[in-house]
Design a protein around this ligand. Structure first.
Ligand code: HEM
Length: 456
């Protein structure tokens, strides 16, 4: 045997390809006008051009990933970090030191701090609050009453997040203020991102004043919550205590700004996403009465007629599938971004260092290449014998990898419980004047959904 014969062969150099350019760009604006005019349709058509495609947004080249497997590869690779215009504008408004925008060692440390509050075995402790809030939501309504789904969904989402993760009775009044502040802040933030008019947002116009007031109140509320917990001297086993006791890489207590930004970074995604999802669930219950009835029947079979409880959630298979299917067709998080930190590749396509990459869970989850009868609302596609036909990463509403949403179990438990409570007590029907068209913002939700609650 010669030395040559055992020498490992150099793998043939893989020729990286330039991603194809998406069609339909126009001079100067590139694809920006299409993305601004109808982002969901635009993102949904991109796969026709390739698995990775180049877009021109003004002078800038942005890469869009359209194939499920490559979105997984992107989310799991260390070659990409959280950065880009979306995150920069979020940081400017919500704070620079929170987990959602951090990278590297700080991000890893922050995840270690918050993770225990979201672990599967931590969720049952939140059960009584989730139950109370789910039933309080339906008990607030009078049969026949028209429900403003936007404010009601925000209310229950903020109350569950605030009461479970930050604890304390004082949360009840604060949760109401948080609702108002967060709803206004999210509305204004999206406007500032898609129409970046810079100094014009400083003009003393009513909309700017309202936005600034809400943003200031959000930060003030968080300061109050932190100060009050400290003054109480109590250390319940919750996320806030974990944040107050967290230490940095050197073992020193983390700074006040980081504590503040962390609370904001958890409350803000936590309420907007859940609220939007509940709005879509109410829409689904109104538009698919046959599925609403199946949910009710399942709940009754499990509970025997008593009020549904947190402990029942595990037995509510169909209700869970209804929630997943609703999230597939109407995902709260519809666009995600990353930035390449080195020259790299995705699916054999060259991605240069510094490139911004986008992908759309909305487009991925509605793709006819991944789903038969892709636009049908069909919760049974999540039954064990059918789910295996769905390609990997074609349904990752909480993402994967090191940025995966910490709250997947927490979210699914409360969404299933709320859906069960809604469907057992009422039938819903949209009322004249309800606007259920999709409103594209930081999340996707119906424009102004209004339903009548009819007692079962
Ligand atoms: C991150 C989805 C609820 C807290 C994420 C990400 C997704 C997501 C897709 C990853 C973003 C990325 O890859 O760039 C959702 C959905 C929810 C939900 C669909 C509900 C329907 C919540 C709740 C909380 C929360 C209830 C907290 C109470 C966070 C945080 C991050 C995050 C802190 C940042 C994690 C990190 O960067 O390490 N979420 N989320 N989310 N989510 Fe959620």
């Amino acid at each position: 045997m010669t030395i040559e014969s055992v020498k490992p062969e150099t793998p043939p150099a893989v020729e990286l390809r330039e991603p194809p350019r998406a069609g339909g760009g126009v001079p100067v604006l590139g694809h920006g006008w299409k993305l601004a005019r109808d982002p969901l349709a635009f993102m949904s058509r991109l796969r026709d051009h390739g698995d990775v495609v180049r877009l021109k947004l003004g002078p800038k080249t942005v890469y869009a990933v359209t194939a499920p497997a490559l979105t997984g590869a992107l989310a799991l690779s260390n070659d990409f970090i959280i950065a880009g215009p979306l995150w920069e504008s979020l940081e400017g408004l919500l704070g620079k030191e929170g987990v959602a925008t951090a990278n590297g060692p700080r991000h890893r440390r922050q995840r270690r701090t918050i993770q225990p509050a979201f672990r599967l075995d931590a969720i049952p402790a939140y059960g009584p609050i989730m139950e109370e809030e789910a039933h309080a939501l339906t008990e607030r309504w009078k049969p026949g009453e028209t429900i403003d789904c936007t404010s009601e969904s925000f209310r229950v989402a903020v109350r569950i997040a605030a009461r479970c993760l930050l604890r304390g009775d004082y949360m009840d009044e604060r949760a109401e203020r948080l609702c108002v502040a967060l709803a206004t802040v999210f509305r204004g933030m999206y406007r500032r991102m898609v129409v970046p008019l810079g100094p014009l947002y400083n003009l003393p116009l009513p909309a700017n004043r309202e936005f600034n007031r809400a943003l200031a109140d959000l930060h003030l509320l968080v300061d109050e919550i932190v100060a009050e917990r400290r003054a109480s001297g109590q250390k319940p086993d919750d996320l806030l205590t974990a944040l107050l006791e967290a230490t940095d890489e050197n073992g020193d207590p983390i700074g006040e700004q980081e504590i503040h930004d962390q609370v904001v970074a958890i409350l803000t995604p936590g309420s907007e996403t859940i609220a939007s999802t509940i709005m879509w669930l109410l829409h689904m219950l109104a538009e698919h009465p046959e599925h609403a009835d199946r949910v009710r029947d399942e709940v009754l079979a499990v509970t025997g007629g008593r009020p549904v409880a947190f402990a029942d959630v595990r037995g509510l298979r169909h209700t869970n599938n209804v929630v997943v299917e609703s999230m597939r067709l109407s995902p709260a998080v519809w666009i995600l971004t990353r930035r390449a930190v080195r020259d790299t590749e995705l699916g054999g396509y060259r991605i240069p260092s510094g490139a911004d990459i986008i992908y759309s869970p909305y487009a991925i989850q509605r793709d006819p290449k991944s789903y038969r009868r892709n636009l049908d609302f069909d919760p049974d596609r999540w039954l064990p014998d059918r789910v295996k036909d769905i390609p990997k990463h074609a349904m990752s509403p909480f993402s994967v990898g090191n940025r995966k949403c910490p709250s997947d179990h927490f979210s699914m438990a409360q969404l299933t419980l709320v859906t069960a409570a809604l469907a057992t007590r009422y039938r819903f029907e949209q009322v004249p004047g309800s606007k259920d068209a999709t409103r594209v913002g930081i999340t996707l939700r119906p424009h102004d959904l209004r339903v009548r609650a009819v007692r079962r």
